[in-house]
Design a protein around this ligand. Structure first.
Ligand code: FES
Length: 111
């Protein structure tokens, strides 16, 4: 890992994406670019991924180094996640699925 302050993995599988698999990632990129400049990815990396194993609760994402899992993330939640957690270091409690570590996968599609 480079010198990222945060690394976000966003599930872009169709089950989680509600018809727009890359929308949350794009929105997050746009906000980070606005806040940190064109080279924002040197500080915050946002990676698309396939199923994180919590399909029924999506859209899901996980933020490192804290290992905080978010569930049911909507476009309206992205500014709060960016400001409060990715830049401010304070997780958004109301969206947390698991505070640390990978949740137990109970989905037939899970990893
Ligand atoms: S499809 Fe997103 S967590 Fe499984």
């Amino acid at each position: 890992m480079d010198d990222y302050i945060r690394h976000v993995f966003i599930c872009t599988s169709t089950t989680c994406s509600e018809g727009d698999p890359f929308g949350l990632r794009l929105q997050m990129h746009q906000l980070l670019r606005k806040k940190l400049g064109a080279d924002f990815e040197k500080k915050v990396k946002v990676t698309k991924t396939l199923c994180l194993g919590q399909c029924g609760l999506g859209p899901n994402m996980v933020v490192y180094p804290e290992g905080v899992w978010y569930k049911g993330v909507k476009p309206r939640d992205i500014p709060e996640i960016v400001e409060q957690h990715l830049l401010g270091g304070k997780p958004v409690e109301r969206l947390i699925l698991h505070k640390q570590g990978a949740p137990k996968c109970e989905s037939p599609h899970g990893a």
